[in-house]
Design a protein around this ligand. Structure first.
Ligand SMILES: [Zn+2]
Ligand SMILES: [Zn+2]
Length: 342
């Protein structure tokens, strides 16, 4: 089968022919139709310090996908060939303290497809049946972005949204999803900031009441103006950029909540007293998707038509054009990019 392979410990990716996998006990074989391309794949292609410390080539990359089940292994009862599905790409141990207390999204033994084992930029992928979710009528192009959209669902729905003012900092694909989710969940006002006008336009399309250009506008002052001087009830920090993180703390109201999802590249000095403690705010780190609460919530929002994430998908490429897909991410102007595999 055709696949995108990280073939050696150096920059670059290879379009290669590799053996088609088969489903062992408890596993399903899925023919991939659509796959999402993500910043993580860019880190792997560029072979940055994180990738060097984590990946052991050769490996098929890609961790966001949806497709059709073509075979089920021994002992798989719930799933059938012909079903359209997506899957949680974090394969967890089921034994650690986190797994056994309903927090498998922070399992200490997590193995990620396309990072720690073969991934989804291929014609076929094998997944443990426990990780697989039927799409129930959701198109596979949308199913392919449910992994990053799930991060946005996790970040937004961990806060109290109905009637709130929500400020989304950073309008990459996950930030744009977060805007739509906050609207669908009943936020009274959604404000979004970014430095890129294309991304701000996408955030507006997803329902942001007001967009702020962080390169030009006084973001904190604008949020205070929009909230009668109080600040936002909930801030979702999706950028990981130091100045944006400080804006997140400055723009949240006293007693409000900051959801941190964007990953800074290094240490950032924080004035704990003035930015967090004296304001009495709650700061929460968001990683992955709750297994499987987030997935069920997301599937219900999508099947009920509460949210249409498709405007965020701005580019589609065939599998072999992975380099063009990565170039589009690098340009900073793209929303979500997907590969059309079948
Ligand atoms: Zn991803
Ligand atoms: Zn575990």
């Amino acid at each position: 089968m055709h696949a995108i392979v990280k073939d050696r410990p150096a920059p670059g990716l290879k379009v290669a022919t590799v053996p088609k996998p088969s489903a062992g006990p408890g596993e399903v074989l899925i023919a991939v139709r659509h796959a999402g391309v993500c910043g993580t794949d860019l880190h792997i292609a560029e072979w940055d310090a994180w990738a060097q410390g984590r990946l052991k080539p050769p490996l098929v990359i890609g961790h966001e996908f949806a497709g059709e089940i073509v075979a089920v292994g021994e002992g798989v009862g719930e799933l059938k060939a012909g079903q359209l599905v997506t899957a949680e790409g974090h394969i967890v141990c089921g034994h650690c303290l986190q797994c056994r207390t309903g927090n498998a999204h922070i399992c200490r033994n997590t193995r990620i497809i396309g990072v720690d084992r073969d991934g989804a930029f291929a014609e076929y992928i094998v997944m443990p049946a426990t990780n697989v979710l039927p799409l129930d009528g959701i198109p596979t192009a949308v199913g392919a972005v449910m992994d990053p959209m799930g991060n946005a669902f996790h970040a937004v729905l961990s806060a109290e949204i109905p009637g709130s003012t929500v400020f989304v900092v950073g309008c990459g694909p996950i930030g744009c999803f977060a805007v739509g989710i906050a609207r669908a969940a009943g936020a009274a006002k959604v404000i979004a900031s970014d430095v890129n006008p294309t991304r701000l336009a996408l955030a507006a399309k997803m329902g942001a009441h007001r967009t702020l250009n962080a390169g030009r506008d006084d973001v904190v002052r604008a949020v205070l103006e929009e909230t009668g001087g109080e600040g936002a009830d909930v801030v979702c920090e999706m950028s990981g950029v130091p100045t944006a993180l400080h804006q997140a703390f400055a723009a949240v109201r006293r007693g409000g909540r900051v959801q941190l999802l964007g990953i800074p590249t290094g240490e950032i000095p924080v004035d704990f007293a003035s930015e967090i403690i004296f304001k009495g705010i709650t700061v929460s780190g968001v990683i992955g998707r709750k297994m499987y609460e987030t997935w069920h919530q997301m599937r219900r929002y999508l099947t009920a038509g509460l949210l249409d994430p498709r405007p965020v998908i701005t580019h589609r490429f065939p599998l072999a054009k992975i380099d063009d897909a990565l170039a589009a991410i690098r340009s900073g102007d793209a929303g979500k990019i997907i590969l059309e595999i079948a």
